[in-house]
Design a protein around this ligand. Structure first.
Ligand SMILES: Cc1cc2nc3c(=O)[nH]c(=O)nc-3n(C[C@H](O)[C@H](O)[C@H](O)COP(=O)(O)OP(=O)(O)OC[C@H]3O[C@@H](n4cnc5c(N)ncnc54)[C@H](O)[C@@H]3O)c2cc1C
Length: 297
């Protein structure tokens, strides 16, 4: 049933990178929840698999000396959902983690696999885009850090150089979470075990008066060919009061930077309606969580 030629379980980043070089075309496996489906569907033949799940450096969530939060690439969604640091400082990510698949899936599916498969529906992508995180990649020659805004380069395509590179960590600098509040909303055809029909994450920063927006980051999954932000709308709402004019502006303008498509899950028209509705709801909720004071909530 599974056409696997070889399976290696690497115990260090160096070992995994050596194996990638030794076996051209080899495939990295973290939780395997995507790869195993591909193997079962026989989309992968004669596969050489390199497991990275047992690499301690890639697992876990840490607060660094510079107060950036670093999430190892093979950290599974259940760990992220339960983690004290994430719940305290980046609850928008805990909210997304808890909406991936089922409990069984969340215990094995990793945040790195969710990003590296390049899926437009990846539940972690909108929250990570809204937090403007950085991604760390290691190859035998170098370590490179890429803003997540440069990671998704097209439908199903990412900037990962999968022939010689690993995604090793997701880095959230202090300035990207301190004084920010957020909300992730997912729409699916049912509540459990459902790939996103639309995902929307809003992260906001309020002025000291708690009534005006100092910043908004608004990100979507399945609203375009790849997970995206809405930079024009984001900059045009800075300084606005959190009231009906803001909700109306988001509702009217949010689609201008997006390009949802028809699929068997939903029509373009339904997705457009979801984008308008969920973006206003997510921004309202994020403002409420930030302690926003206004009449419109
Ligand atoms: C029943 C079911 C329900 C699901 N529901 C959801 C859902 O609700 N939301 C959602 O977003 N997804 C869902 N998924 C998809 C999947 O579980 C996630 O995308 C998951 O996060 C993938 O992680 P993984 O560790 O299992 O990836 P794997 O299958 O191990 O790998 C996925 C891809 O990423 C590459 N890769 C993995 N880690 C690295 C790394 N560190 N460096 C370089 N390349 C790497 C692999 O080579 C492969 O191409 C579901 C899947 C199933 C089977």
């Amino acid at each position: 049933m599974y056409d696997i030629q070889k399976y290696f379980s690497a115990h260090s980043i160096a070992e995994a990178l050596d194996l990638l070089r030794e076996y051209p075309g080899a495939i990295i496996v973290a939780g395997g929840t995507d790869i195993m489906v591909h193997l079962r569907q026989r989309k992968l033949r004669d596969a050489v698999l390199i497991g990275i799940r047992e690499i301690p450096e890639l697992n876990g969530i840490h607060l660094h000396e510079d107060r950036s939060i670093v999430i190892g690439a093979v950290t599974c969604f259940d760990t992220i959902y339960q983690d004290t640091l994430i719940n305290r400082y980046i609850p928008i990510l805990a909210e997304a983690a808890n909406q991936v698949g089922s409990s069984q899936i969340r215990h094995v599916a990793t945040i790195g696999g969710n990003l590296c498969n390049g899926a437009v529906s990846a539940d972690s992508a909108p929250s990570l885009l809204a937090m403007d995180v950085k991604l760390e990649f290691r190859s035998k020659e170098s370590t490179r850090i890429l803003p997540i805004s440069e990671f998704y380069i097209g439908p199903g395509k990412t900037a990962l150089q999968s022939d010689h590179e690993l995604l090793t960590a997701i880095i959230i600098p202090q300035e990207n979470y301190e004084n920010w509040n957020g909300c992730y909303l997912k729409f699916g055809q049912r509540n459990a075990m459902e790939i996103s029909t639309l995902g929307c994450a809003a992260a906001v920063k309020l002025e000291k008066d708690k009534t005006h927006l100092a910043a908004l980051n608004l990100a979507f999954g399945v609203a375009a060919a790849k997970p995206v932000r809405c930079p024009r709308l984001e900059s045009s709402v800075v300084g606005m009061a959190a009231d009906d004019m803001l909700w109306q502006k988001i509702h009217t303008e949010v689609l201008s930077e997006l390009n949802p498509r028809d699929s068997w899950r939903a029509s373009r028209e339904l997705r457009e309606q979801l984008i308008r509705t969920l973006s206003v709801r997510a921004v309202k909720k994020a403002i409420e969580r930030a302690g926003g004071k206004n009449n419109g909530l």
